[in-house]
Design a protein around this ligand. Sequence first.
Ligand SMILES: [Zn+2]
Length: 477
Amino acid sequence: MKKFVGLVLFISFLIGLGGAASASGEGSWEQNQEANRFKTKVDAPLFYKEDGEFVKKARLLKDEVFERVGTEDDYHVLKLGTHTAYVKMADTAPYLEEDMPSGVADGEPHKRFRIVSHYTATLYYEKEGKLTAFARIVPGVKMPLLAQHGDFFIVQIGGRKAYVKGHDVSVYTGDYVNPNKTYSFEQMTTDLVELALWYPEFASLERIGKSVDGRFIYAFRLGTGDEEILVDASHHAREHLTTNLIMEMIDRYTYAYQQGHKLGGYDMRELLDKTTIWFVPMVNPDGVTLVQRGHTSAKNPAQVLRLNGNKKDFSAWKANIRGVDLNRQYPADWENICCDPGKPGPQNYKGTKPLSEPEARAMYDFTNAHSFKGALTYHSSGEILYWYFHQDSRRKVRDKAIAQKISSRTGYRLVKPKKNPSGGGFSDWFTISQNKPGFTPEISPYVGARPVPNSSFLSVWKKNYTIPLLLADEEIK
Ligand SMILES: [Zn+2]
C-alpha cells in the first residue's frame, strides 16, 4: 500500500515537470494556457460587462467544471446562453480531464425560446440520480430556452446544459395579459412585474402609494422620452374593465416597441422615445377587489357590508373601501360638488375634505412630481368624453381640438361644456392645476350601475387602443 502511494506521487511529479497538471484539476494557468475547461476553487461570481462595469449575474458553485471560450485580462470568457460572461481566473484551476460532467436529459422542444430569472434561479444537473446545484443566477437574467423537461427548463451555461425550475423563471411570450376575463389586482401585479422584468431598457414599475387596505398602487413607465403623459383607470370600483384596457395597452405597446413595430400607424420607438407614457392601471384596488370578490376581501368586512345596506352584491360599488368616491376627492371646486350623499356609501360621497383618501393622494402627489402634458382617465360607461373644466379661452380651443380627434376615433360624443360643471374629478383637477388637457372617456355603451361585461372588451379595445398614442403624439403648449 505504502509503495503504491509512493508510485502515484512519483508519476504526479513527472507529469508536473512535463508542463501538464495532475488529473485532479490542479495546476496553474501559466502552465495550461491551452486548457479550455476550468474547475471552480470557490463559489465564483460570474459577471456581465455592462457599460464597462462588471456586474454580478450568477455564482458558479465550488468544485464544478465549466468551459471557457477565451480570456480577457485576468478573466475567463464564457457563455451564459448566448451572453458573454466573465469569471476571475484566480477563482479557478485548469481542468484537464476528457470527461465533462453532464447529467441533463434532452428534454422536449418548447414553443418559446427565451426565459428570464424571476427569482434567484438555481441551475442543476443530475449526479448519481440526484439533482445537484452547480450555479445560481440572480433575478432578471435572460437566457435562451433550449428545451423543457417536466417541470424544468433546460438552459446552457459555460458549455454545460442545466435544469432550472419553471417556478424560478418566466417564459418570454410577448403576450402576458389576457384582457378577456375578469382581471384581478393580483393578476395585474403579476403581469406588471413580469412586463417590467422583460423590458428594462424602456419600461419600469413604481409603487406610488398604498390603498386603505394596504394594496399597492402601481405606475408603469413605458418609454424614454422627456415629455410625459398619464393614463389611468379604475378610479371607480365597478369600472374595472378599464384596467383590462390599460393592461392590454401596456402589453401590446411594450411588445411593439421591443420589436420595432408600428401600431395604429405610430412608429412606437420614435413616439415613445419622444414621449413617455405613465400608466396607473388600478387607482382603486380595494374597491375593484370588493366588486369582484365581495365583502370577505376587505380588511373590515362588517364595515363595507354596513355601507352597502347589508347587501352582499357589490357589483354597483364605485367608492374606495371606506365608502369615499375617489373621483370626488380632488381639489377642483370640491366645495360645490353636486349631489353629495353626506355620508360614506357605494358612490358619490366626496369625503370630509379633498385628498382625505390615500388613493387620491397618491395620484395627486404622483402628478405633481411629474410634468404631464396631458392625461387620460378611463371610466365606464356611456361612450362619452369629458374634456372641459374651466379652461381659459385659448386652452379651451386647444383642448377641444384634441377632444374632437379622440371623438372621431372612438365615436365617443363630447360632453357639452356646462357653465358650472360639478368638480372634484381627477381630470377636473388636472385641467386647472396643470393647465394641460385632461380627458375622461367613458368606455362602452351605457350598461347601468354595474361592470361592463368582459365580452365587450374587443369592441372597447378597437376604439381606444391608439388613444394614448394620439395624446402622446400631440404638441401641447
Ligand atoms: Zn367612473
